[in-house]
Design a protein around this ligand. Structure first.
Ligand SMILES: C[S@@+](CC[C@H](N)C(=O)[O-])C[C@H]1O[C@@H](n2cnc3c(N)ncnc32)[C@H](O)[C@@H]1O
Length: 273
């Protein structure tokens, strides 16, 4: 079914700080996950919906000069930032291509690992994307997805406007045709793949350090700013409501007892036999 599917966050130079901040808090768990499932030197790896290349560049360093990494994204502005980053890090085993994750058939049977992080909630048809990724693998290859669970981030103690923000984000994603249950539905999708063994685990980071809690909360303001136009265009919130939530985030009293439970990640990996 075609919907008015759209990626709502700012991209390119306008969105990179936000993705960098997210990588700062979730990156350790992602890197540990990829090492755990068998990322190693010499592999060829596909990173689908690679964004500004935070993990793509790291993957290129891990596979080393005898390996290679291809990052694909359907937004040229993301790829431009990613290419500059790879160049700054002098990575010669990495390329970035503009591609829609629903159309990867020209890459079939090329890779030892096909990976995506925080992509499947943004795509029109996650099942088609996963199938495509599976087909890019050689025998023995690893399909790996990290998928965020909606509604799993919360502040303790919480505050009403934060809950409102979560509800409004969900409303926007739903209106755009996103599968808000993708962190659960990914089990069915991956278990349905023919000739793949299936594995899964979850990861949930927590922030209980004052400075980190403040930095994470400021990043929420960036997220809100990034999605402001989408909220307005889709009549989900007025300028006034957005300003109120922003103000509530900034004035929320973070002290040494504040705990932020970050989004729970479902991490699945499937081996092709
Ligand atoms: C939340 S970002 C995650 C970026 C990166 N994976 C990371 O972990 O930092 C999602 C990315 O998916 C890309 N994207 C969304 N829909 C896509 C599609 N249909 N095909 C390819 N990329 C897509 C967006 O442009 C964006 O860069």
């Amino acid at each position: 079914m075609e919907t008015n599917h759209k990626y709502h966050l700012k991209t390119g130079a306008d969105g990179e700080a936000q993705l960098d901040n997210l990588d700062r808090v979730f990156g350790k768990a992602s890197r540990e996950f990829l090492n755990h499932i068998g990322l190693s030197k010499g592999m060829s790896v596909l990173d689908v919906g690679c964004g500004v290349g935070n993990l793509t560049c790291w993957l290129a360093e891990q596979v080393g000069p005898n390996g290679r990494v291809v990052g694909v994204d359907n937004d040229e502005r993301q790829l431009e930032v990613a290419r500059n980053r790879a160049q700054a890090r002098r990575l010669s085993n990495i390329i970035f291509c503009k591609k829609d994750a629903h159309h990867l058939t020209d890459m079939n049977h090329e890779f030892d690992m096909a990976y995506c992080r925080w992509l499947l909630i943004h795509v029109r048809n996650p099942s088609v994307v996963v199938d495509n990724m599976a087909n890019t693998l050689r025998y023995g290859g690893i399909l790996a997805c990290e998928v965020e669970s909606s509604f799993s981030t919360f502040y303790y103690p919480t505050f009403p406007l934060y809950i409102k923000l979560q509800d409004k984000l969900a409303e926007l994603l739903k209106k755009s045709g996103s599968d808000l249950d993708i962190a659960m539905n990914i089990f069915k999708i991956c278990k349905g793949l023919q000739h793949f063994s299936f594995n899964a685990r979850t990861s949930q980071e927590i922030i209980y350090n004052l400075d980190e809690a403040k930095a994470f909360t400021r990043n929420y303001c960036l997220l809100l700013d990034s999605m402001k136009d989408a909220f307005l265009e889709n009549n989900i919130m007025s300028e006034k409501e957005i300003a109120e939530i922003r103000e509530a985030l900034l004035s929320y009293r973070i002290d040494r007892n504040t705990v932020i439970f970050l989004t729970r990640m479902t991490q699945v990996w499937c081996i092709k036999s």
